[in-house]
Design a protein around this ligand. Structure first.
Ligand SMILES: N[C@@H](CCC(=O)N[C@@H](CS)C(=O)NCC(=O)O)C(=O)O
Length: 230
């Protein structure tokens, strides 16, 4: 059994897709990051960077419970545990790895900053808003060039697609026109049709709290609570 710690965000959906695709048994624990659950000691013992997603595999590598955080690391761990969605060796393995790192080091942080400065920042900062919009569009174009030649980002459907899809399929949320990146659009539709992906979107595709974040949520994420020493 895998204990899976989530909030209703793209980073959690990456791991949820892998869990659904592989059929591993898991139970979900909701960590309400707007209410400060991520700072509870029990959660920090699992995820010291106070972020979801995280998992505890009750049947870890030595038969012992094993905790791991960072969605990219979790995806690699689950791929190696199941032997699925990551080639075992050779150039195909590094192809998946490079696109997974592209998501973790590029798409995740840049789209995340786009989201922050467009939706959450309490000051409108035109330079930051424009920089992350342009950088997001540039990253979409990089994907579009590759997906013009391949159905999936690293050849076969892999953990790299699972990492990219939850962030990239929501064109409007990133201020992007899908018609400007038609190969990404077709890829997003192709993946969105998968049963596992549809199950994830039914379960954690929408947040129970929508609309502008309230003061408590803002304080936990971007205010004094986030930066308190623990
Ligand atoms: N690089 C991390 C990013 C995780 C992340 O940013 N998680 C957010 C939600 S999507 C979070 O838990 N934030 C809570 C906080 O910063 O206090 C990963 O990919 O797992």
């Amino acid at each position: 059994m895998i204990d899976f710690y989530i909030w209703y965000t793209s980073n959690a959906r990456k791991v949820a897709i892998m869990l659904e695709e592989t059929g591993l048994a898991y139970q979900t624990h909701v960590v309400d990051i707007g209410r400060g659950d991520q700072f509870a000691k029990d959660f920090l013992d699992i995820s010291p960077n106070n972020k979801i997603p995280a998992i505890v595999d009750q049947a870890g590598p030595d038969g012992e419970p094993f905790a791991i955080f960072e969605s990219g690391a979790i995806l690699i761990y689950l791929a190696e545990k199941t032997g699925k969605f990551l080639p075992e060796s050779g150039s195909a393995r590094y192809d998946v790895m490079q696109w997974l790192m592209f998501q973790m080091g590029g798409v995740g942080p840049m789209f995340g900053q786009y989201n922050h400065f467009h939706n959450y920042a309490r000051e409108k900062l035109p330079y930051a808003m424009e920089r992350y919009a342009k950088e997001s569009h540039r990253l979409y174009r990089v994907m579009d060039d590759v997906l013009a030649k391949r159905d999936f980002i690293a050849g076969d459907y892999s953990i790299a697609d699972m990492a990219l899809w939850p962030w990239a399929h929501n064109f409007a949320g990133r201020g992007q026109d899908p018609e400007a990146v038609p190969h990404v659009k077709a890829w997003a539709e192709r993946i969105g049709e998968r049963d596992a992906v549809q199950r994830v979107m039914e379960k954690i595709g929408a947040s129970p709290r929508s609309g502008p974040i309230d003061d408590e949520h803002w304080e936990n994420m971007y205010g004094a609570t986030q930066y308190a020493s623990r």
